[in-house]
Ligand binder design. Structure first.
Ligand code: AQP
Length: 318
């Protein structure tokens, strides 16, 4: 059994290497994790098997994995202080997901908004996409996670993790801890350049680590339908970078001058991103491999012990 005598509560989150990280991913999940990780026993994953629900290009997936680890480190994650690892390195995630799939019913999974939205957007309705919440439940519950920083779109998936924990505990005895989502007001749904939720698959993103030109192009493309002269979509994104008290005066002063306001937003983004971009340029692929190998070693210790307990409880050990 893993030691349940943890001094600190456990914090865990993961992002899919399914494309380029955008500012919605950063403010919704990565920054809240970075702000909290020192006070917790913290786990940060690259959820590459989740990305397989949509990706079919191995070279691209490899590149995305390297990129997302660089993004984590450049954004301020200290890999020495946390367990940073890749989901596919710990076989117990998929193993435990199967057990949850045998407990949670199809009608319950059919209520998943994320699955319905993705299929409505034209994504293939593969069984992996449908079972995604059970793999995510395994990611979380395998480590007895208490707190999961995520964006609002993942709220229901944390409910599914609680459902999986309850089903298992009711069937086989208390084994799993019910996790809680950590969703920050005001950044739970970061809007995209079209005002809808920013999402890799909507083509409405502002890349976190884009070049200044790429960021400028995305910001200049923000749709500026507005009420009373204030470009609401620009303003909503701008609140992530400056307090509203400052923004109100600025937006009054430059009322109706959308281009000028977008230029200020680009500069404000640059202030945050430029130092991170510089840090990112210094990170090598070799460093990434080392970080992932040492993270997997740490994660495996807990995952193996927890899975052994699960196996004993369900009756497959003789
Ligand atoms: N717009 C957003 N606002 C706040 N949080 C967001 N997140 C995603 N978009 C926003 C949060 O980022 C974390 C990582 O998500 P993911 O990589 O697992 O993929 P996702 O949620 O599916 O992100 P995308 O960009 O929206 O990708 P697609 O288009 O594939 O669906 C999660 O915590 C998420 O809440």
């Amino acid at each position: 059994m893993p030691s349940i005598m943890q001094e600190k509560k456990r914090l865990l989150t993961g992002l899919q290497p399914s494309g380029t990280l955008h500012i919605g991913n950063y403010f919704g999940a990565l920054k809240p994790f970075i702000d909290l990780y020192d006070s917790y026993d913290s786990y940060l994953m690259v959820v590459d098997y989740h990305a397989l629900t949509t990706m079919r290009n191995p070279e691209q997936l490899q590149e995305n994995i390297r990129n997302i680890v660089k993004d984590y480190l450049a954004a301020g994650v200290d890999s020495e202080k946390i367990t940073l690892f890749k989901q596919s390195d710990i076989a117990q995630h998929t193993e435990l997901a199967w057990i949850f799939e045998c407990l949670v019913t199809v009608p319950v999974l059919m209520q998943a908004h994320s699955y319905k939205d993705k299929v409505a957007k034209g994504l293939e309705a593969n069984a992996g996409l449908f079972n995604y919440p059970m793999l995510m439940a395994a990611d979380i519950l395998l480590y007895d996670t208490q707190v999961v920083p995520v964006g609002e779109d993942q709220r229901q998936h944390i409910e599914y993790a609680r459902e999986a924990a309850n089903k298992f505990n009711n069937a086989f005895g208390k084994t799993f801890t019910a996790p809680t989502e950590h969703i920050i007001d005001g950044v739970g749904v970061v809007p995209g350049t079209d005002g809808k939720k920013m999402s890799k698959s909507y083509g409405n993103t502002i890349p976190l680590f884009g070049t200044k030109d790429e960021i400028s192009k995305a910001v200049m493309g923000i749709v500026t339908d507005s009420f009373g002269g204030r470009p609401e979509n620009v303003y909503a994104i701008h609140t992530l970078f400056r307090p509203e008290s400052e923004l109100d005066a600025l937006y009054e002063e430059k009322e109706g001058n959308y281009k000028a306001l977008k230029e200020v937003l680009i500069e404000d983004m640059e202030m945050l991103v430029a130092p991170m971009r510089e840090r990112r340029d210094g990170i090598t692929d070799e460093q990434i491999r080392e970080v992932l190998a040492s993270g997997a070693e740490k994660a495996r210790i807990y995952a193996e012990a927890k899975m052994q307990d699960v196996k004993n409880k369900i009756g497959v050990t003789v």
